[in-house]
Ligand binder design. Structure first.
Ligand code: NDP
Length: 251
């Protein structure tokens, strides 16, 4: 029987690449995100791997919508082997004194509270089966802080603390908790961060080769294919041209 996984934020970037990788590994998948059309298109692509796919279009910032989507699943679909907490974003890049409240709320509500609300629903089912694997998509921003990264970095520092806390709480229940912490990955991330300004987004990757979404999916593949007694606590994955959150080498 195929294993089951849920990937939040699968309509783009790292989540989408992870869904394709997990389909190749034979997982039946629940894919989530707000852009339903994209999820349908991805589902059609995933089904070529002869797996079952469920689409759950909801805004992860809305706990009631998240609960409703979860409650609509059958008993079998709720039995997840892997949860990839990926949905997230950076909104804005302003110094603290100029930051927009709406951006801050969006990051905190998605990156922290969204991750928590889905984890709260999934973990009791994993505990019943005494197995499971949660992978939090964190960031280099979970351990470093850079100029104008203030609230985004704080939200990923929170993901780092939650990953450690979840690992301790779920330890007696044989549930693995991992995080993947990438540096720059070229996805829709920077377009979203700069509120759709493609010019500014392109500048982020100018003169260097960033990671791509498949590079991160490869790292996640390594995590989910370890034997049951091995857990990858965290993996820090950087482009060769990036030494830290601050030091990049551009041609
Ligand atoms: P993308 O913008 O390409 O993808 C983000 C995904 O998150 C989309 O599928 C989006 O779906 C989903 N999402 C965002 N907000 C919500 C919401 N409110 N409700 C439901 N889904 C939501 O960016 P990435 O693939 O790069 O980002 C994925 C993760 O990787 C994020 O957590 C990000 O912080 C992290 N990361 C990214 C790095 C990078 O440089 N790209 C570096 C380090 C970490 P939709 O819009 O359809 O709702």
């Amino acid at each position: 029987m195929n294993k089951r996984a849920m990937i939040t934020g699968a309509s783009s970037g790292i989540g989408k690449a992870t869904a394709l990788m997990m389909a190749r590994n034979g997982y039946n998948l629940i894919i989530t995100g707000r852009r339903e059309k994209r999820l349908h298109e991805l589902a059609d692509q995933l089904k070529k791997s002869e797996i079952e796919v469920k689409i759950m279009p909801f805004d992860i910032r809305d706990p009631q919508a998240t609960r409703n989507a979860w409650n609509a699943l059958s008993k079998e679909w709720k039995q997840l082997d892997v949860l990839v907490n990926n949905a997230g974003l950076a909104a804005g890049a302003d110094p603290i004194q100029e930051g927009r409240w709406e951006d801050w709320e969006q990051m905190i509500d998605t990156n922290i509270k969204g991750l928590l609300s889905i984890t709260r629903l999934v973990t009791p089912e994993m505990i019943k089966r005494n197995k499971g694997h949660i992978i939090n998509v964190s960031s280099i921003a979970s351990s470093e802080v850079y100029a104008n990264g203030n609230v985004y970095c704080a939200s990923k520092h929170a993901v780092h603390a939650l990953t450690k806390g979840m690992r301790i709480d779920l330890l007696p229940h044989n549930i693995k908790v991992s995080s993947i912490s990438p540096g720059m990955v070229e996805t829709e991330f920077s377009i979203v961060r700069y509120h759709g300004d493609k010019g500014k987004a392109d500048k982020v990757y100018e003169g260097l080769t960033p990671l791509n979404a498949d590079d991160v999916a490869d790292a996640i593949e390594f995590m989910i294919t370890r034997p049951s007694h091995v857990n990858v606590n965290d993996m820090l994955l950087m482009p060769t041209a990036q030494a830290s959150a601050v030091y990049n080498h551009r041609e």
